[in-house]
Design a protein around this ligand. Structure first.
Ligand SMILES: [Zn+2]
Length: 368
């Protein structure tokens, strides 16, 4: 059903389908619609175990928000606001707390006071925050304290994006609804590199020309291409709003060390890459990338395994998307993620390169 569900534009046949779902207490419909009962003033999820109301007193709604606008109250039994399809108010509150944390990242931020700010019990807040943002409040606070995330998280859209990525299924009506309510498109979520200065240099590597870009806080770009021209274009495309400048020789010590480390890594001589990263990312991307860094050298995981490891077993596609947007090859080893079938799946820098990387790792790991 493409159009919004409301009691006024449902066809009788559609209403009949919904009514059958309510009678069957069919949980498969949860999140797809809600029903309100005129006589009690309460609205429910389709699967609610409450006493079946009379058909003539029932109206259907596409979201909990619409039901609330009609003056109905959330049922205490099926708790429709706890459903991730309908927590309009809760998401709004969590988003406001996210704003608050970003603006006060340096202050002490006890969980209890954040929960109070959200108007939720600490337990409910912790749970809802994790569900909607993909990180615990503590992790989110830490992320905001990292200079690396601050720029990105300062803009409200990225948090919305994080909420979307972490809290809602891809392509669902929920997402469209959230999107519309906030009045922005996914494209607008991703303005990158504003007010950032990036130095870059390109070198020969065992895998072709490699460009390394860094801010004064860490690496933000490691890419491969056939030549310097394409590499620079890729850098520009990744950080369109950033100030780009060639790294002047002699390179700063740290930068030279990073380059050496990467080259040794490519030669299979340095299994672990612990390089400081300066990345702009949504909370969910950051979480996936952190997880990827925990995959041991020489090992692989499937997208589904990564998703499960993150506690989000249904998020394999979102994981694949986060891998595809990795800007720092090798250091964030997205090449270690493969399809569940054992196929290599895509690799941003080409499937051949992925194969070579994995072969190098397996060989080096076998000889270690
Ligand atoms: Zn109910």
């Amino acid at each position: 059903m493409e159009r919004a569900i409301s009691s006024t534009n449902l066809t009788p046949a559609e209403a009949e389908v919904f009514w059958e779902a309510v009678k069957a207490r069919d949980a498969a419909w949860d999140g797809k619609f809600y029903f309100g009962v005129a006589t009690t003033g309460v609205y429910c999820r389709p699967s609610c175990k409450c006493r079946l109301p009379l058909r003539k007193n029932v109206r259907f709604f596409g979201s909990a928000e619409e039901a609330e606008e009609e003056g109905l109250r959330a049922c205490l039994r099926c708790r429709p606001l706890d459903d991730e399809a309908g927590p309009a108010k809760e998401v709004e509150r969590i988003r406001e707390v996210c704003d608050y944390i970003r603006n006060h990242a340096r202050d002490s931020l006890p969980l209890a006071s954040l929960a109070e700010r959200a108007g939720l019990s600490p337990f409910h807040f912790q749970r809802s925050f994790k569900k909607n943002v993909g990180l615990t409040p503590r992790q989110f606070v830490e992320a905001c304290r990292l200079g690396s995330l601050k720029e990105q998280l300062r803009s409200r859209p990225s948090v919305t994006d994080a909420i979307y990525e972490a809290g809602f299924g891809s392509g669902s009506r929920v997402y469209e609804r959230v999107d519309t309510r906030l009045g922005m498109t996914p494209v607008e979520y991703r303005a990158g590199g504003k007010d950032v200065s990036i130095s870059y240099v390109s070198v020969d590597s065992p895998l072709g020309r490699m460009m390394i870009g860094a801010t004064d806080r860490g690496l933000c770009f490691v890419q491969f291409a056939s030549g310097d021209g394409p590499l620079l274009r890729m850098l520009r495309a990744e950080y369109p709003a950033a100030k780009l400048q060639p790294m002047q020789e002699p390179y700063p010590d740290e930068f030279a060390q990073w380059m050496n480390a990467l080259t040794e890594h490519l030669n299979g001589q340095r299994p672990r890459l612990d390089l400081p990263l300066d990345l702009q990312a949504t909370a969910f991307q950051m979480k996936v990338w952190q997880y990827l860094q925990s995959i041991p050298y020489g090992s692989v995981r499937s997208y589904a395994e990564v998703a499960a490891g993150l506690g989000r077993p249904k998020a394999a596609r979102a994981v694949a998307r986060a891998c595809a947007t990795n800007r720092v090859a090798l250091v964030i080893p997205c090449h270690r993620v493969i399809r569940g079938t054992g196929e290599l799946a895509g690799y941003r820098w080409g499937i051949e390169l992925k194969r070579v990387l994995l072969d190098t790792e397996r060989r080096a790991a076998a000889h270690a």
